[in-house]
Structures are given as C-alpha cells and as structure tokens.
Design a protein around this ligand. Structure first.
Ligand code: EPU
Length: 350
C-alpha cells in the first residue's frame, strides 16, 4: 500500500511520518509500526487529506491516546491522530451549559476542568485514561456512570461523503462500552464532543467502594470534586497504572446474559457478582470468572494478568501484542469451557 501513499507530504495542519513506530502511542507499550502516521492538528485539513487517493479508500486507524487498543501486528495503512485542543462554553441553558471540547483534549483534564467550573456529573469518570475524542467511541464508564449521559452532540468527519456532520445523542446508538462509532470502525472520525453539564445534580455514590472511600477520607458531606478524588484513589489502588506498567484497562467486557443463565451460574457459584442489565438480563463480573479460572497474577514471559485486577492484562516490559493476545485467547477458552460464557475483548485488537 505504501506505493499508493507516497506523495503525501506534511502540510500546514498536519504532519506525516513514514514507517512510524507506535510503541510510544499505545498504553500497552507493545511494538508496532504504521506505514504512515498523520497527526492532524487542524481538523479543517481533513477533507483535503481524505481527497488524496491513498486515504480515500485505504485502511485508516484513528488513534487517540492509544489506551484502548492492542497491536498484535503492524498497521498496513495510515494511523491518524487528532491532537486538536480546546474547551469552550458554547451556551448557558439555565442551570446547565453546553460545552464543546476538541477531540485531542485529555479526558481526565476535562473532568477536572468541568469540576473546577462548578459542573457536576463527570466526577465518577475521573482518571479514566484517554482523550475526549475516544470517550464516545466505547462509551467510557466507571463507578455506575457512563459518558453517554452527558453527551449532547458528537461532531464527526464522515469518510463516506468526506464531510463534517453532527450527530445528536440518540443517533450515536450508545450502549454498554459500545456505540455507532465502534460498530463501524474506520468510517467516522470524532473531531469534537459537546457536553450538556448541570451545575447541580444528585451525586452517584451507590457503586461498591465509593461511600467507603469517602468515609475513609473522613468526608461526611460529599461534593463532586471530593467524589472525583475518592474515585481516583480507588482507581489508583485497584487498577494497575499505565504510567508504571503497560495495560489498557479492562481487557474484557462484563458479559451480559439471560436471567436463567445468570441464575444457574449463581446457584453453582454463590459468590459470583451479578448486576442488573437490560430487561431479562444480568451483567456478570468478568474479573470474577477470570480469577476463578486461576489467571489472576499469572505471568507468561512478559505478558500477564494483573495481580491487582483480574480483568486487566499487562505488559511486564517486552511482551509483544501477539503474546498478550495469545494469553487473552487462553483466558477466553478457559472461561468458555468452565462456565460456558464467551468473553468479548474491550479494546480494539489489531
Ligand atoms: N473482582 C474479582 N477479581 C478481581 C477484581 C474484581 O473477582 O481481580 C470482582 C469483585 O467481586 C468486584 C467485582 O469484580 O466486586 C467488580 O470489580 P470492579 O468494581 O473493579 O469492576 P469491574 O466490573 O471489574 C468495571 C469496568 C471498569 C471500571 C470498574 C469500576 C468494565 C469492562 N470494566 O470493572 O472499567 O473502572 O467497573 O466502575 O465494565 C475499563 O473499562 O477499562 C475499566 C477499567
């Protein structure tokens, strides 16, 4: 494909690197290369870029902070990043406001910007790694909250038609760790997200551990910034920090199964955690299933399962993506044969 691609030179608004290393661009820190890496600092450059033959029909992977991807091989095409920055209050709507955030902003920085400006809602999502542009793609969620609750509009560049479009919340088909964008990979590039945030709102403290952490902090009356601090402390304690050890957070989704199956499993395994899901269904704890199969803390070469959290695969140093993926396959097979449950990877696996 490189033959089709050569001829693209860096222009104002974007830079191009050939045969680019991606090890510093994914939080698993596994080695991989892209035929071309294009950093687009000015989204207005996108229509011109996608008019070039190589990008029009070629394989394009959009990368944010690389915190939800596992490269098991090189990427045979273009990797495109949108590092554009900016947070702007667009409109006050009574006790709420519409806020536009460019795709390249760091998610946790935006959470703290929102809290610092007196908005309530994003505190349970503190410290999730990644960019704002990636947040709607897998509909990031934690501690009983999902980002789709706060998204008003997603601005995208649609490769089919090579034009910018705005999608309202209902058009994004958000679901648990899923969206329209995730289901049609490569078609939509998220360039900005508009959030509708309230200045007053009931805090969500019911997820296991949140109230206990606030109590341990000596907090009698919680506020949104204090909840963000409690959630950050919980995450730092329970999840391996990607700055210290390569990982992409949860490697599998929590499986959603029919009530009858959940009940049968519960009878056989009384400690298996179950959460409510869509009507007639329950969500199971993938971490529990994986730990029960004996994988927690297991290490094969430099590929491993975190000893802090069974749902997180880690790179102890020099693992390749293929080695991590081979371990993931063994976990999948083991959970399938012991419990009859098919786990689904959460990150994008290349
Ligand atoms: N558990 C185990 N073993 C473990 C860890 C957990 O058995 O090693 C069991 C425990 O019973 C625990 C339960 O699993 O009570 C739930 O654990 P946790 O609260 O950590 O939640 P999770 O279901 O494992 C999900 C999200 C996380 C998010 C946490 C907290 C998914 C796939 N993962 O994990 O999101 O931080 O809830 O809300 O839904 C991510 O998406 O990358 C991520 C880290």
């Amino acid at each position: 494909m490189i033959a089709h691609i050569t001829g693209i030179a860096s222009e104002p608004g974007y830079t191009v690197v050939e045969n680019a290393p991606l090890q510093g661009r994914n939080t698993f820190r596994v080695p991989a290369r892209a035929e071309l890496l294009i950093d687009v600092s000015r989204p207005a450059a996108l229509p011109g870029l996608f008019d070039l033959a190589a990008l029009k029909n070629g394989k394009v992977l959009v990368l944010g902070a690389g915190s939800n991807v596992l490269f098991t091989r090189d990427w045979p095409g273009v990797v495109l990043a949108l590092p554009a920055l900016g947070i702007r209050l667009l409109q006050n709507r009574g006790d709420a406001a519409l806020i536009r955030v460019e795709a390249g902003e760091n998610w946790n920085d935006f959470v703290h910007w929102s809290l610092g400006h007196g908005f309530v809602g994003l505190e349970n999502l503190a410290l999730i790694p990644g960019t704002v542009g990636a947040a709607p793609i897998q509909n990031i969620g934690a501690y009983g909250v999902e980002v789709c609750e706060f998204i008003d509009t997603v601005e995208i560049f649609d490769r089919a038609g090579a034009k910018f479009t705005r999608l309202g919340n209902a058009d994004c088909a958000f679901a648990y760790r899923d969206s329209l964008f995730r289901r049609t990979p490569g078609r939509y590039l998220v360039t900005a997200v508009e959030f509708l945030l309230q200045r007053a709102r009931e805090l969500r403290l019911d997820y296991a551990g949140v109230r206990e952490e606030l109590a341990a902090m000596g907090i009698a009356t919680a506020t949104a910034p204090l909840v963000a601090e409690a959630v950050s402390r919980l995450r730092l304690r329970k999840l391996p920090n990607p700055a210290m050890i390569g990982n992409a957070g949860s490697f599998f989704k929590n499986p959603v199964v029919k009530d009858e199956i959940a009940q049968q499993l519960r009878v056989a395994h009384p400690t298996l955690p179950l959460w409510p899901a869509a009507s007639g269904h329950k969500k199971l704890s993938a971490a529990w299933l994986i730990e029960a199969c004996g994988f927690k803390g297991l290490r094969e070469g430099d590929a491993g399962v975190s000893s802090q959290h069974a749902l997180v695969l880690v790179n102890h140093g020099h693992a390749t993506g293929a080695q991590i993926w081979a371990l993931a396959q063994r976990i999948l097979q083991s959970v399938q044969s012991r419990f009859g449950i098919a786990l689904e990877p959460e990150p994008i696996v290349i």
